[in-house]
Design a binder for this molecule. Structure first.
Ligand SMILES: *[C@@H]1O[C@H](CO)[C@@H](O)[C@H](O)[C@H]1NC(C)=O
Ligand SMILES: *[C@@H]1O[C@H](CO)[C@@H](O)[C@H](O)[C@H]1NC(C)=O
Ligand SMILES: *[C@@H]1O[C@H](CO)[C@@H](O)[C@H](O)[C@H]1NC(C)=O
Length: 252
């Protein structure tokens, strides 16, 4: 089922008593409250229109959140997909003392297709990583993300230090691969959800050779968690930190 459709049927069926509906997935939280609050603002209108907009959209209307103005603008690149990413940032430490600092060595995350949410409900999209952060990923790699049943779009990982966004998931769902390099970063805004050690930076990555599918750039925004502790004190030689973020993927 499609995300907004699923939520809408829950909300309508339970007269907005949504929390009990989601108890199995995780505990009701501030993030959930914010998300449902934003979604509920959209269901006063025509429900048929809302359902239609959850599954069809014009990605050209997708806009980055305002804080991303600190990154290079997309200029004439065209928005293709918005994915909610959920996974870990990986770090290494040379020793476990406060004399050394963690070094970022990559990340691994599943990417879920939130394109039409971004296009039609821009106020909702920015709350999704906060919600995704609280979730344990579903057991099956290809399972949709609860509680809104958002479909898997691809995987984010590193290959020889190259950040990859692999959107080929099955033989029938092949949307290409963006191989990227970081161009610039800015601190997450002060109201970002911090997680364990703070929210990782917002980034602009541009694609490099080996990219398939016409992708030109990727923005990592709306970050939640993922930052390393300030020093290596008490840390293992390699460790992961949970994070979530929205990835805005552009084509040339
Ligand atoms: C919800 O919170 C309770 C009490 O803090 C805890 O025991 C339980 O494991 C939590 N459930 C989930 C799914 O996180
Ligand atoms: C993303 O989701 C939208 C809305 O459900 C759908 O129309 C679109 O085909 C999906 N794209 C991919 C690449 O999965
Ligand atoms: C990051 O950590 C995960 C979980 O331990 C691991 O599967 C993945 O290969 C690691 N990736 C990198 C680039 O270190």
């Amino acid at each position: 089922m499609r995300p907004i459709l699923y939520l809408t049927s829950c909300l309508v069926a339970t007269s907005l008593a949504a929390p009990t509906f989601f108890d199995d997935a995780y505990n009701y939280s501030d993030e959930m409250a914010e998300f449902l609050g934003k979604v509920s603002q959209h269901i006063h209108g025509d429900v048929k229109d809302l359902l239609h907009k959850a599954t069809t959209c014009d990605p050209s209307s997708i806009a980055l959140p305002s804080h991303a103005s600190g990154l290079p603008p997309p200029d004439d690149q065209k928005p293709a997909y918005v994915a909610v990413g959920r996974g870990t940032q990986n770090y290494t430490c040379t020793d476990s003392t406060s004399n050394s600092k963690p070094e970022a060595v990559g990340a691994v995350a599943r990417l879920y297709n939130a394109t039409c949410i971004a296009a039609n409900y821009p106020d909702v999209i920015h709350t999704l990583p906060g919600l995704a952060y609280k979730l344990t990923l579903p057991p099956g790699d290809a399972d949709p993300l609860p509680p809104a049943n958002i479909d898997l779009l691809g995987h984010h990982f590193f290959e020889s230090k190259v950040p990859i966004f692999d959107l080929d998931t099955t033989t029938s769902r092949k949307f290409g691969v963006a191989r990227t390099k970081k161009v610039s970063d800015i601190d997450a805004p002060s109201d970002a959800i911090q997680g364990e050690n703070g929210a990782v930076a917002w980034l602009y990555l541009e694609t490099v050779d080996g990219t398939v599918g016409g992708y030109s750039g990727v923005y990592r925004v709306d970050t939640v968690g993922g930052a390393a502790p300030k020093t290596c004190e008490g840390m293992e030689s390699s460790f992961t930190v949970q994070y979530a973020a929205n990835y805005y993927i552009y084509k040339s």
